[in-house]
Each structure stands twice: as structure tokens, then as C-alpha cells.
Design a protein around this ligand. Structure first.
Ligand code: SF4
Length: 456
């Protein structure tokens, strides 16, 4: 049973017409442009009489896959914005409300209860909610995250209603609940076009894929250790250290770190030199490296096999897939490290104890990327990092931009902050893109690539 539709956290309401299933059958998706569905005149008003919705009924119109994807991306951006603001500002504070309203307006969702002519915004709100409900009802973790963000969004919108509108709204929704979306999953899973999209959506990274190597060849191998301290996120710093210490990384680490290095600009020749020089310091001789490992590195750069140009892993991919086991150093330290070990690591990097506590609080609340943003903030001595972290290569690029003076950063006086207020006052500037079917292919190919790397 899925409670993903619980805008108020209490589950989807049973229909007055006798048991409202999620009527996906009527929500058909076509490859063509939407054939029908937009309503004209008074019927628009009938469909969405309130700016605030309780998502009582699923949408029943035809919708193209392109629109499906666009609506989902925008809602995902919105919910990520809600999450960021929820840990950066006191919920309900003026600043929180101002920033959330800005986010809602930017993405063209209904933002003011009194705006009459916002059919498109209400429709977008309605359909996008149900798409993400499908994507996020597939596991308990995903459900919890989705419900939390939807609840915060709903709370903000509800509190913005005038007394009259609250009364009207409550009368209209006639509260009484059941939860039901997961029941529609078998029907969705049977649709080969939708299921990969929904899976990717719930694990999706939003932002550029860093496959375009603008800096190709600009990184010198001698600088990697220094860069790992200054500009690598913790996951990559950890991998670099493990490689230097052990002269070896197991395949999960080689994949994660190798593609990251490719993304920051290492050429194929540099990558071969980098890995070889380190591995031959350990148990692998030059001949074994050339035979066993060089192929996989060339493969990584699209020079072997299917010649796919593999892209560096996003935070979501690192956090949600292939967890490290004993002897592995890949993964996200904020997600996969024992909190005590993480604490020790941060202490060894001279992070002050109070700040470590804040990082650990974020980790405890499962806000791994926000914990990483806090780490960025602390290691770069800024109060406003100015971006929303989605990708290790984004972390690197932003760090380099900052250290080279490429962007101005707000530095506020360092006063003790209360509770969780302004743990990080990042702007919600998610630039989102949902992996499309080509990512599905890429994933399959990555699994194949994985096999090449499987030799330890
Ligand atoms: Fe790496 Fe992302 Fe985890 Fe930061 S949040 S450590 S960039 S995976």
C-alpha cells in the first residue's frame, strides 16, 4: 500500500463515487503530441476550482511522453527546492516563505490561492504530483522523502489561504482517506515506455552529466593530490587517498573515481599513466596492468567495446546504487560511512566540532547531499555556496570557480547560529534533467563495463 498521495500525510481519499483507485487506465501516454485533454471555458473551472489541491482524483487526459517528462522534472525541481529550504531555514519563517514562493513562481506552479486564471498551473500541479507519486511509491525510503516534501509544500500553500478559502477548501475536499497508488503499479510496470522513466525519475540526478569535457587535458597529474584536498568532494578525496595508500582500488572505486577524473578533464593517455603508475607500485606489474586494466580504461573513454562515452556518476547514482562492501572505498561517505568514522574523518580534516555536529545531524536526517554542501561550505569558508549539489563533478567545478575567483560568494559574519537555521543557505538553483531512455541503455552498458572492471 502506498501513501504517496497523502498531501496532508494521511493517504489518498476514498472517492465519493465508491472507491477511488488510481485510474491510470484513463491516464494514457502517447508518443504523439497530446491529442486531447485541454478543457475549454467553464469546464476548466470545474476541474480545478481551487488553487490548492488535495489530489483526490488522478488525471484522466492523454499526455505525450515529452510532456510527462517535463512535468515530472519541474515537480522534482520544486520538491528538491522544498527539501533544501526546509533544512536551510526555519519552516514557516518569512525568509522560508519568500524563497519558497519564488521557487514555486519560477517553476510556474500555482503560488497564490487567489489567482483565478491559472488553469495551466493547476493542471501542471495535478498531473506532476501523480507522476512523481508513481515514481516515488516504489520503496519505503522514496515514499518517505516524497511525502515529507509534499507535506511541506502543502503546509506552505494551506497557510497562505485566507479564512474563507480554507473553509471552502475543507468543504470541497470532505476529508476521509485510504491509500492506493501502489495498487496501480502493476499496470504501469506493464508499460515498457513508462517503467524505466519512473525508475530513473526516482533515482534521477538533475543537472548536466559532465560528459562534455571542456577541461580536457587541462589537469596535470602532479596536481591531483593537491586538488583532492582543495576541490574534491569527500567521496573522491577518499578514493584518491585509498588509491595512494593501497596502490589499488577495487572495481567499484575504479569506476566511480575513473569516471570522475575523466569528467574533470583527464585525457585517456593521462588516465592510463595515472592508474598504471599507481598500480605498479603495488602488486600489479606493468604487463598485467596493460593486459588486465588498460582495456577497461580505454573502454571507459569509449575507445573499446560499444564505444560508449561513459559519463561520471551523479550523487544520486552513488548514493542509491552499488553500496560498498568490506574493502571498498567507493560510495558516498555521508551515506555509506559509519557516523563515527565519518566524524573521525572530519576531525582529521580539522572541521570544528560544532560544525561536525551539524553535518552529522544532516546525515541523520538522510540529507546526504546537504551534508556534502555543508562540507563544501566549511572547507571553502563560505556561508552561501550558491548552488544545489547534485554531482561530484559539479562540486569540483564550483570549487575551482570559487578558488580561482570566478564567482563572488556571500560571506556573512560568523555568528553562532541557532538550531538548524541556515545550516546552508544555498539558493535552490536545481537545473534538472531526467535520465531518458538513452540512460537506460547507458546503464545496461555500464553494467557490461562493470564486468570489465570486475577484476580485483
Ligand atoms: Fe560525493 Fe555527492 Fe556524496 Fe558529496 S553527496 S560525497 S559529491 S556522492
Amino acid at each position: 500500500m502506498c501513501r504517496a498521495g497523502a498531501a496532508g500525510g494521511r493517504g489518498e481519499r476514498q472517492s465519493r463515487a465508491g472507491g477511488s483507485e488510481f485510474r491510470l487506465k484513463k491516464m494514457e501516454f502517447s508518443r504523439e503530441k497530446r491529442l486531447k485533454g485541454r478543457l475549454a471555458g467553464d469546464r476548466r473551472g470545474d476541474l480545478y476550482p481551487h488553487s490548492l489541491q488535495f489530489y483526490l482524483q488522478p488525471p484522466t487526459e492523454n499526455i505525450s511522453l515529452a510532456e510527462f517528462e517535463n512535468l515530472a522534472i519541474d515537480r522534482l525541481k520544486l520538491l528538491k527546492g522544498v527539501e533544501n529550504l526546509g533544512v536551510s531555514y526555519v519552516k514557516g519563517s518569512d525568509e522560508y516563505k519568500t524563497r519558497l514562493e519564488r521557487e514555486i513562481r519560477k517553476l510556474k506552479f500555482p503560488y497564490k490561492a487567489l489567482v483565478e486564471d491559472d488553469y495551466d498551473a493547476r493542471r501542471k500541479d495535478h498531473i506532476s504530483h501523480f507522476i512523481l507519486r508513481l515514481a516515488y511509491c516504489q520503496s519505503e525510503d522514496l515514499r518517505r522523502w516524497f511525502i515529507q516534501q509534499e507535506m511541506d509544500l502543502f503546509r506552505y500553500r494551506f497557510n497562505a489561504l485566507t479564512g474563507d478559502l480554507v473553509e471552502k477548501f475543507l468543504k470541497y475536499v470532505n476529508l476521509s482517506y485510504g491509500a492506493l497508488t501502489a495498487r496501480s503499479l502493476p499496470a504501469v510496470q506493464a508499460d515498457e515506455r513508462l517503467q524505466p522513466l519512473l525508475n530513473h525519475l526516482s533515482h534521477s540526478y538533475v543537472g548536466p552529466d559532465y560528459s562534455n569535457q571542456k577541461n580536457n587535458g587541462k589537469i596535470s597529474l602532479e596536481h591531483i593530490d593537491a586538488l583532492s584536498v582543495k576541490s574534491f568532494p569527500l567521496c573522491m578525496r577518499q578514493l584518491n587517498k585509498a588509491l595512494r595508500d593501497n596502490h589499488h582500488l577495487r572495481h567499484g572505486g575504479r569506476m566511480q573515481y575513473g569516471l570522475f577524473l575523466k569528467g574533470i578533464g583527464l585525457t585517456l593517455e593521462q588516465a592510463l599513466q595515472f592508474w598504471k603508475s599507481e598500480f605498479i607500485k603495488g602488486k600489479v606489474d606493468a604487463d598485467k596492468f596493460d593486459k588486465g586494466y588498460a582495456y577497461s580504461i580505454r573502454h571507459n573513454y569509449g575507445k573499446e567495446g560499444k564505444r560508449t562515452d561513459y559519463t561520471p556518476f551523479s550523487c544520486m547514482k552513488i548514493i542509491l546504487s552499488n553500496p560498498p562492501s568490506q574493502g571498498d572505498y567507493h560510495g558516498c561517505p555521508f551515506r555509506h560511512s559509519d557516523p563515527e568514522l565519518l566524524k573521525q574523518k572530519l576531525q582529521s580534516y580539522k572541521i570544528p566540532p560544532t560544525e561536525i555536529t551539524q553535518v552529522l545531524e544532516l546525515v541523520k536526517g538522510m540529507h546526504y547531499q546537504l551534508a556534502c554542501q555543508k562540507y563544501f561550505q566549511l572547507t571553502h569558508d563560505v556561508d552561501d555556496i550558491g548552488f544545489s549539489l547534485n554531482h561530484p563533478n559539479q562540486y569540483f567545478a564550483e570549487s575551482q570557480k570559487l578558488l580561482s575567483g570566478g564567482r563572488e560568494v556571500k560571506k556573512e559574519p560568523s555568528e553562532p547560529e541557532s538550531s538548524q537555521q541556515k545550516l546552508s543557505s544555498q539558493k535552490s538553483t536545481n537545473s534538472c534533467s531526467i535520465p531518458t531512455s538513452s540512460n537506460t541503455e547507458a546503464d545496461t552498458e555500464l553494467e557490461e563495463l562493470d564486468a570489465y572492471f570486475a577484476e580485483d
